[in-house]
Design a protein around this ligand. Structure first.
Ligand code: NDP
Length: 500
């Protein structure tokens, strides 16, 4: 019998406050969070008013315009970022457990996410000290250099599927470059962001450099996106909200990066080992219960192996151990919220009505241990048509559709038949075909014979409606900088352009 950890070690029954201008403050109201594993109240957190959001923005503005952070050397900021990484590592167990309690995902996933978040700070601590800029050979007596400078105040809005990791993807490059930040976690999963603020406070991060405001999108997110004193907005979430954020950002033409959804294809050719392909397919869709922007939610399988693929995938999907994230044996946890549960169950009904064949799942697991938790069994639809809503729309749950193809051209056409273009994968032993197909996938993140490996060092973002710009890697740092050319005349003489 596997070890059960259902009694949390971490204390959630405490004050969870906003972090504004270096101080923890109560909100204008409070929200009760629910534990997705059992549907019961978890704790209460502060929620900001619009006035408090404005205070946070002004604090970030003051910290940028007059504070020490943007004026520090790159090395000093780098040292600070390394201390943040150390602090996250030192509190990794606590943060992982908090994230499991708050968002529902299994401890084995949150443990990984927290380590990744720490590494993201470490990576940008290193990158910011590396050579950057250009020196350009312009005609004498001028010399020209091109430098990168921080953009200013950055509004950062993150979702609930990777709460601390998404915060790290945004804060680490922004801070490394010398910006100041106003971060809004999802209303559903704010706990680890607040713990991070407490760690930053203990480390004596200068006041106003990071501000954390809690609350819902319209009250807290929108004023950040609309503010004319915010210089950049970085958003991760749904396409519809992303479009709203981009529209709000027009007030002052602030810089915008958007990491939005996906409906990512995994193309399987018959020359590849079927069992390994099925193993990857399970990982591609059921990791974090499918609540992953890059989830492999469309399997595109060659016709001669289609039936076997569906059969084998269903047999293994049925065996996935669904349960509370704190139980050591759990392989797939609940969905994050009641609204997400309803949304996924609705999509399953839509799929059935559209005539897709429900091969397995489609319902909630039954039994005492599930309580009123937000669980959905791993679900597979086969025999789908390309224009069905379950094939085209992002479900963001443990639901996969399996499509059939007969030629390589058809596989590519099906794979690209989407408004999204975040990720995609091809499975084949034919290296020429692998290269040919992957080059034609209209997506920002692609894999050959793999799925989901994500590297802090590599750019993350999508084509088409999957977003604007890239996070992570050198691209992620550049997205938090302005580019300035500096021309110096070493021998000033009268220009003589006008005679008089
Ligand atoms: P949203 O895109 O609405 O939420 C993402 C973030 O944006 C949250 O912090 C949210 O705040 C905030 N937000 C909401 N409305 C506004 C607004 N008007 N202005 C500024 N910020 C705002 O996603 P949902 O949580 O509603 O999830 C719905 C669907 O979105 C999912 O089913 C999934 O398909 C997709 N999604 C995709 C993600 C991805 O990684 N690509 C991540 C999350 C969701 P709050 O939650 O506090 O209201």
């Amino acid at each position: 019998m596997a070890q059960t950890l259902t009694a949390p070690k971490v204390k959630v029954d405490r004050k969870w406050q906003l972090f504004i201008d270096g101080k923890f403050v109560d909100g204008a109201s409070e929200r009760t969070l629910v534990n997705p594993a059992n549907g019961k109240p978890l704790t209460t957190v502060a929620e900001a008013s619009k006035t408090q959001v404005e205070e946070a923005i002004r604090a970030a503005r003051k910290a940028f315009d007059h504070g020490p952070w943007p004026r520090m050397t790159a090395l000093e900021r780098s040292q600070f970022l390394n201390k943040i990484a150390d602090a996250i590592d030192a509190h990794a167990e606590e943060l992982a457990e908090l994230e499991t309690l708050n968002g529902g995902k299994p401890l084995r996933e949150t443990t990984y996410d927290i380590a990744d978040a720490a590494y993201c700070f470490r990576y940008y601590a290193g990158l910011i000290t590396k050579p950057s800029g250009q020196s350009i050979d312009v005609p004498a007596p001028s010399v020209t250099t091109v430098v990168r400078e921080p953009i200013g105040v950055c509004g950062q809005i993150v979702p609930w599927n990777y709460p601390l990791l998404m915060a790290a993807w945004k804060l680490a490059p922004a801070l490394a470059a010398g910006n100041t930040c106003v971060l809004k976690p999802s209303e559903f999963t704010p706990l680890t962001a607040i713990r991070l603020a407490e760690l930053l406070h203990d480390l004596k991060l200068p006041e106003g450099v990071v501000n954390i405001v809690l609350g819902d999108g319209p009250t807290v997110g929108q004023p950040i996106a609309e503010s004319t004193i915010v210089d950049k907005i970085a958003f991760t979430g749904s396409v519809n909200t992303g479009k709203r954020v981009a529209t709000s950002a027009l007030t002052n033409l602030k810089k915008v990066t958007l990491e939005l959804g996906g409906k990512s294809p995994m193309v399987v050719f018959p020359d590849f080992d079927l069992d390994i392909a099925v193993d990857y397919a399970l990982f591609a869709i059921y990791c974090n219960a499918g609540q992953v922007c890059s989830a492999g939610s469309r399997m595109i399988v060659e016709q001669s192996i289609y039936d076997q693929f569906v059969k084998k995938m269903a047999a293994r999907a049925k065996k996935i151990r669904v349960g509370p994230g704190l139980e050591a044996e759990t392989e797939m946890g609940p969905l994050v919220s009641e609204s997400q549960l309803k949304r996924v169950l609705e999509y399953i009904e839509i799929g059935k009505k559209e005539g897709a064949k429900l091969v397995t799942g489609g319902d909630q697991p039954k039994g005492e241990k599930y309580g009123s938790g937000y669980y959905v069994n791993p679900t597979i639809f086969s025999d789908v048509k390309p224009d069905m809503r379950v094939v085209q729309e992002e479900i963001f749950g443990p639901v996969v559709v399996v499509q059939k193809f007969s030629t390589e051209e058809e596989a590519i056409e099906l794979a690209n038949n989407s408004v999204f273009g975040l990720a995609g994968a091809v499975f084949t032993n034919d290296i020429t075909r692998a290269h040919r197909v992957v080059k034609q996938l209209r997506a920002g993140i692609t894999w050959v014979n793999a799925y989901h490996n994500t590297y802090t060092e590599c750019p993350w973002g999508g084509y088409k409606q999957s977003g604007w710009g890239r996070e992570l890697g050198t691209f992620g740092l550049e997205a938090y900088t302005e580019v300035k050319q500096i021309n110096i005349n070493l021998d000033p003489q009268a220009v003589g352009w006008f005679e008089a």
